[in-house]
Structures are given as structure tokens and as C-alpha cells.
Design a binder for this molecule. Sequence first.
Ligand SMILES: Nc1ncnc2c1ncn2[C@@H]1O[C@H](COP(=O)(O)OP(=O)(O)O)[C@@H](O)[C@H]1O
Ligand SMILES: [Mg+2]
Length: 332
Amino acid sequence: MLLTLAASRRVLFLGGKGGVGKTTVASAVAYAQARDGRRVLLVSTDPAHNLGHLWQCRIGPEPRPLAAGLDAVEIDPGATVKAHLGQVGDALRKLMPPHLSGEVDRHLALSRDAPGMLEAALLERIAGIVQQGLRSHDLLVFDTAPSGHTARLMALPDMMAAWTDGLLRRQARSERFGVALRNLGGDDGVAARALGEGDEARTPGDRDQAIRAMLHRRRHLFGDLRDVLADATATAFAIVLAAERLPVLETIELHASLVRAGIHVGALVVNRRSPADAGAFLAERRVQEEIHLRALREALPDIPLQQLPLLAGDVAGEAGVAAIADLLARSG
Ligand SMILES: Nc1ncnc2c1ncn2[C@@H]1O[C@H](COP(=O)(O)OP(=O)(O)O)[C@@H](O)[C@H]1O
Ligand SMILES: [Mg+2]
């Protein structure tokens, strides 16, 4: 079922509470799809990064091959903010008069810890990966951070697009103001000198255009991401959970916030089901799990659900991932 969903999509997100098996299931889906001949990119956006632990190798910020047809990349939110602010700083320094470069530095230092900065930088990186990945790969599988974080992130492309639109409108106004000023024989020479030797923006007109181009690029990036996320034929979200009280409650909440963000939730994966035939203790656990699953089905009756058994040992390396991929294929 999860594999059928993945096979019919270009982008698949896996989310859910910490420790339920997101990384394991994301890896297994990605592996199974690569085995079926699709070119797959597995992306971790979880700062806890256990993709590398599971695959027993180092995975970094640039895609690297994991298996035939399967590449992986780990996005580090902290490093992403640093790179993002570096780029913004370079752009600002080119656009602002040199004597304001101290202001730029101060602004960037404050921005580092500003609320939402981590998400904004992460989102820009995700948008870039989706844009490139859709060209280089057939399927992108996202192993996301625990629930709350991800739901906020899914609503963000819309907000960022609207925010950038606002900036563009303001910029258009100030551009008109600049033109009016110049027509009055205003500040041309002063502003051009203030901009220094920068090759990007020699006159206020150039500067306005450069700002506009930068905002437009971002607007397109976020707009494209929003379009991909909102397209249920291209993108689906699968929620991974354990058949326990809190994961079930979180699943219901996560589903509601994803629906609010316009994301199609295509699957529920109940991981680590206890066996009925391996002793009284596990059999009793299984009975408890059924009670929690009934609550889940009452709240979300229409979403396809797939279950995976509790395994005796941890999942590790390609062989471990392949075993889960087989289970997904069999139980689907
Ligand atoms: N079906 C399963 N049976 C046994 N152990 C599992 C199963 N699924 C996952 N695990 C183990 O549970 C731990 C957490 O899984 P992981 O995929 O890292 O969760 P998450 O990414 O949601 O935090 C890992 O040690 C993993 O090997
Ligand atoms: Mg994980």
C-alpha cells in the first residue's frame, strides 16, 4: 500500500512522532522504489539525523549514493541557516552603501536567532532540493523531523510566498519613489558613489532591479514548492506511528494540520505491531494496540493503513533496510 502510493508519486514525505520509525520506513520505501528501477533521492530534514546511523555511513549536505539507484542527503538546519545568512549578507552588501556594512552585519547577527529563521532557511533548502531533485530523480522521499515542526514547515511556503509578495509591492512603491526623485534631479551621483565598485548595482535603478530580481527568484522558489506540495497527484504525506495512545493522538493532530496546509495524507503506517503468538505479554500488548487502533480508525476512517511487525532486533545497514522493504511489499 505504501509502496503503491510511492510508485504513483514524485514526492513522498514521512512524518510522525520521534522514535516511531520514520527513518526506517523512509529508507525502506526509498530502497524498494530504487529496486524497482526508479532513481530515488532520500532526504533527511531531521536535525537528529539518524539516516547515517541506520545506513551505517556518513551522509552529508550533498547527495551521495547509498545503493543502486538510491542517493541520500542530510540537511543540517544549523549549517543551512549559516549558509543562508552568508548569501543574504553578500547580496545585502552588494546592494547597500558600504558605510552601512556594519548595519548589515548587526542585522545578520540578530537574524541568526530570530524566530522562524531556522524554518525559513530549511524551507529554502528544501525548495531548492525539490526543484533540482525533480529533474535529477524520479522520486524524492523526505524523512522529516517530529510532527509539530513538519506541520509548521508545510504551511510555510504559502506564508513565505505571501510575505515575498508584500516585499515586492513595497519595493515597487519605493522604486516609483526613486524614479520620481531622480526625475527631480535627485540623488543619482551620491547613491551611485555610495554603492562603490559593486558590479551588481551601480545606480539606484540597477539596485531596485537587483532587489526585485532577488525577491522574484525567492517568490518563484517558494511558489513552485507550494504548487508541488499542494498537488495531490505529485505529492503525498505518510504518517508513521506506533499503536499507542500518544502517537495516535499526535497522528490525528498532525493529520488535521496537514489538511489545513493543503497536503494530501495518503497513508498511515503503524509500525512495530506486537505479535499475537509470542507469549502472553506481547499478546496482551497486541490487545491494547487494537484499542488504540480503533480510536485511530474512528478519527481517520478513510486513509489507507499499513502495518509492520515488531522485529526482534534493530534495523541496520542495507540488509536491514531491504528486510523492511520486503515486509512493506508483502504486507501491502
Ligand atoms: N518494526 C521494527 N521493529 C523493531 N525495531 C524497529 C522497527 N522499526 C524501527 N525500529 C527501530 O526503532 C528505532 C527508531 O526508529 P527510527 O526509524 O530511527 O525512528 P524515527 O526516525 O521515527 O525517530 C531504531 O533503532 C530502529 O532500528
Ligand atoms: Mg529519524
